[in-house]
Design a protein around this ligand. Sequence first.
Ligand code: A2P
Length: 392
Amino acid sequence: MNLPFKQHLIDPEICIRCHSCEMACTADAIEHDDTNVVVNADLCNYCMDCIPVCPTGSIDEWRVVAEPYSLAAQYGFEELPEQEDLAGAGADNVEALDEAVAALLAEAHQGAGGASKPPASADRPTVNMYPLAKPTSATVQGNYSLTDDPTHDVRHLILDLGGVPFPIMEGQTIGIIPPGTDDKGKAHLPRLYSVSSPRDGERPNFNNLSLTVKREEHGLCSNFLCDLEKGDEVQVTGPFGATFLIPSDPDARLLMICTGTGAAPMRAFTMRRQRSIGGTSGGMTIFFGARTPKSLPYFGPLSKVPKTLLDQHLVYSRDGKKEYVQDRLLVEEEKIAELLVDPNTHIYICGLRGMEDGVERAFTTIAESIGEQWIAMRDVMRQEGRYHVETY
Ligand code: A2P
């Protein structure tokens, strides 16, 4: 390590201890105790994998230091230390590192959809009521298959929170702690899942919520969840997420683009609107990509949602021809252009990370067709809390 150097730290006052960064870190550099989540300066390799997954931005803290803060020092932080004055101490080294870190960060933020803000009219969510140190338990009320394909198992899981308050907003996530320990004997960290039911519950006012879970080959938590039976208990943390939220303004128009289980928050948004303003008022458009109609989660229920509420574009990649959501955006160029220029439009993208580039390219082409620049439009939308990306 060349000193001074730029040390990666986590802001303990903003961090909600969801442990997404710890899960994402491939260098084993992030760890926690009951107070703080910290970064081991000896192991951090600046890969930036932790940056886009952090729901609060607390991960994005850097200090130029003559001597790195030890793990013990970081566990003792109640707030982040100020930047020390290091004038003259190896300034060349710091400058070069500064530039390299800035470039890596810019790339990481690009993937994350940039610093996100909640919609101006969104209600304030509750965050981290149940941290890892104090999870709550939920009982499985139902576990239903959503796909008609044994090689592609997607499930609708209903969890009952019993008498425990668990306020959740559409678009938020919860953590599920898989039972058991990892190969180092440590308890597993929670895995985050988007809630697919609206704030008043899957069944209104029954303190329950739903998740949409795809069974992943060798997926520890997804297999645990998909195999659960009615009456089983799960350990839950959260809720998490303070930006991927639905505007309360009934006139806000929503353009939702998703693949596979990325439909979870879109289902929650649709149910929220349907329950709060009824089926006649419109303003929602969805582009939903799946392999085939049989593997599209909620295909049946979706067909019953009134078209006046939700303009649906279901796009299939393995049903005769191969079509992705970004291809269909281009087919519907005029409709999308009209939405892009409307200051009431909010865009939500959720699903496979690979889709993000394709969707950005489609928006670039569509914006050009009306003499606009997509990047500039997107920056304004982000700034106004109207552009939200959650990909994995
Ligand atoms: P495919 O796998 O046929 O290439 P699921 O998670 O249920 O498999 O659904 C994901 C859907 O997203 C599939 O239809 C998948 O197509 C599609 N998909 C895969 N890669 C991309 C991409 N880069 N952009 C958009 N859609 C994608």
